[in-house]
Every structure is written in structure tokens, then in C-alpha cells.
Design a protein around this ligand. Structure first.
Ligand code: TRP
Length: 333
């Protein structure tokens, strides 16, 4: 029986960090065995809010591919591909743009939040491209016939928008498209080293999968701990401590132990941080090693991306044939 098809992806605007690792990458690795998985490097979408900084997007394309490969995505199982090399997506986006209103896009909660955060780029009036990126994301998913989209909570409104476009298309032109479903990742947002609700590149509070041992050590040493705890024998509160929070992600047993000793005033923060550094490095060591291999063999990374794109494009072409037929613009077929 054919496997269910998954489409998911990231904007190449920076290297991936442990928030991505626990939030989506680990899940992707797990899913690759049972699903037909397509992982998109969304460079066109990244340009919607980085149109004036193309170097940033270009530079991060290979970084994202390497991040995905180094955590264990196997190109024999999962297909990693590049958005800009699937021109059918752009074509489908144009057709979809008739099926969605400006008001509906402006109401999309994800877009709304992002526009508010990006006033420095857009000022008072957002670009047509950015406002419309959910339409292009709908095309990303449906042009490959994606049935399941594993993402975080923040992407849910985008998939809802995709589903609406699909229903509208099918009701006008006939049942051609599949309506995808969200698969919410169990891990929510991962907090930053500074205690911020979100780990993010622009916030400067992230631990990257590509960080060296030394970088990890330095970063963990700066992590926020219980501010009320000054001496080791003060009774600590691990619930407000980022070191405890990360212990919980990397090693549950050490987390329990750390909490117990912290509350009893038996373990100092430095000791606790050292243990965390050890645990993070243990988890990241094999990832780092794989990454190093790919960094030394850029031609292999390029080949994986090119082959993946070629495979994805075949699906896209098939979909477009059906779409054009349904829309009666297949004049010479
Ligand atoms: N919007 C996603 C993000 O910001 C990236 C993305 C683009 C995507 N196209 C997609 C995700 C299709 C899932 C499916 O991370």
C-alpha cells in the first residue's frame, strides 16, 4: 500500500537550534520510516520578509539541509528539496490567489502576528508577497499532494487556510486536490537561555545544533537560574530555572535528581550547569560529527538537494496537469 505523504519544511533564515530539534526535527526522523516524507527548504517564502537580503537566504539553504541530514534524516527515505526550483508552485500560487480574499489573509492569526513583529521591514503597509505567503504555502503542500503536515501550533492557521483553498478549488473545478491535515508536534515551543518563551535566532538565546562544545559550555554558563538563590545551600526553585528546564529535555532522570537536590539546597548551580553541558554535548556529539562530514563534502549536500528537488518536481508536474485540465487551461493537450 502506498504510504501517506507528508510535506513539511523550514525557511532558510538561520541555522536550526534545539528548539527545532525537539519541536520538529526529532519527529521528522521518526516519521521517515512510516511515511513518504518531503522536506521543503522554503527559500521563496524566506524571501518574502528578506527580499532585501538575498545573501542571508542563499547562505542558509545548505545549512538547513545539513541540519536536517545531521539529525538523522536519511535521503534514501526522506526527500529534501528546494522551493525555488519547483516553478509549478509559483504557477499554482497564481491560480490560488483568485480563491482567497485580502480580508481573509489579513485575518490569519499567524500572518497578523508576524506583520506586527516585522514593522521594521514593512512599516505601515505590508507587501503583497508577504500577505500572500499562506497562498504560496498552500501551493507548496498541495502541489506535491501532501496529506499530512507536521508542524507546531503557530503554523496551524496556515494549514487551515490551505484547507479552505483546497475546498474552494475542488468545489469550483472538481475534486482534484487533497485536503491536508495538521499533525501537531507534541513538543511545544522551547524556551530560550534567557527564559524567554521562545528560542530564536534574533533573540540571541538559542543553542544551535552546529554549536561547538565550547560554545555550548559558554551558553549554558549564561543560562538564567533561580534569581533568589545566591548560595548553594539556599533552597532553590527549579521551576524558574532554565538549567532545570533543559535538563528535562535532555535527560529526564538527571532532571528529577537536579530538582530534588536544588530544592534541598544540596546542588550548586555551577555543578548543575556542568552536568547539563555534559548531557547536551552527549546528545549533540553524533549530530556534530555527521554535520562535519557534510560540511567537508558540500558536493554530497548539493546532490541530495538536487536529486530531492527533481523527485519532488515530478509530483508537482503531475499535479499541474490535473489542475490545468480541471481549470480548462490545458488548450493544447
Ligand atoms: N511556514 C513554514 C515556517 O515558517 C515554512 C513552510 C513553507 C512550510 N512551506 C511549508 C511548512 C509547507 C510546512 C509546509 O517554518
Amino acid at each position: 500500500m502506498a504510504k501517506t505523504r507528508i510535506v513539511t519544511g523550514d525557511r532558510p533564515t538561520g541555522k536550526l537550534h534545539i528548539g527545532h530539534y525537539f519541536g520538529s526535527l526529532k519527529n521528522r526522523v521518526k516519521l521517515q520510516d512510516d511515511y513518504e516524507e518531503y522536506i521543503l527548504v522554503a527559500d521563496v517564502q524566506a524571501l518574502t520578509d528578506n527580499f532585501n537580503n538575498p545573501e542571508k537566504v542563499a547562505k542558509n539553504v545548505r545549512e538547513i539541509v545539513m541540519d536536517n541530514l545531521s539529525v538523522g534524516l536519511d535521503p534514501e527515505k526522506a526527500t529534501i528539496y528546494l522551493q525555488s526550483m519547483i516553478p509549478e508552485t509559483a504557477e499554482l500560487t497564481v491560480f490560488y490567489s483568485n480563491l482567497v480574499t485580502i480580508a481573509r489573509l489579513e485575518r490569519n492569526p499567524t500572518v497578523k502576528t508576524e506583520i506586527a513583529q516585522k514593522r521594521d521591514i514593512f512599516g505601515e503597509s505590508v507587501t503583497y508577497g508577504f500577505l500572500g505567503y499562506p497562498v504560496s504555502q498552500a501551493a507548496d503542500i498541495t502541489v506535491l499532494g501532501g496529506e499530512i503536515v507536521p508542524t507546531g501550533e503557530d503554523q496551524k492557521p496556515l494549514i487551515e487556510q490551505t484547507r479552505e483553498i483546497v475546498r474552494k478549488f475542488n468545489s469550483i473545478y472538481g475534486e482534484v486536490l487533497k485536503e491536508p491535515q495538521v499533525l501537531l508536534s507534541e513538543n511545544k515551543r522551547i524556551k530560550g537561555l534567557d527564559g524567554n518563551e521562545k528560542m530564536g535566532k534574533s533573540l540571541g538565546n538559542a543553542i544551535y545544533l552546529s554549536d561547538s562544545e565550547e560554545e555550548i559550555r559558554k551558553k549554558v554558563m549564561t543560562a538564567i537560574t533561580d534569581p533568589a538563590r545566591i548560595k548553594k545551600d539556599d533552597l532553590g526553585n527549579p521551576d524558574v530555572c532554565m538549567v532545570a528546564y533543559y535538563h528535562n529535555l535532555f535527560n529526564k532522570e538527571d532532571y528529577e535528581q537536579a530538582c530534588k537536590e536544588c530544592r534541598a539546597g544540596q546542588r550548586g548551580c555551577v555543578e548543575c550547569k556542568k552536568k547539563l553541558i555534559e548531557n547536551i554535548n552527549k546528545e549533540l556529539a553524533p549530530i556534530r560529527e555527521k554535520r562535519k562530514y557534510y560540511e567537508e563534502h558540500p558536493e554530497i549536500v548539493d546532490k541530495i538537494l538536487k536529486d530531492g528537488t527533481e523527485k519532488a518536481r515530478k509530483l508537482a508536474k503531475e499535479t499541474m496537469k490535473e489542475v490545468k485540465k480541471a481549470m480548462k487551461i490545458d488548450y493544447f493537450e
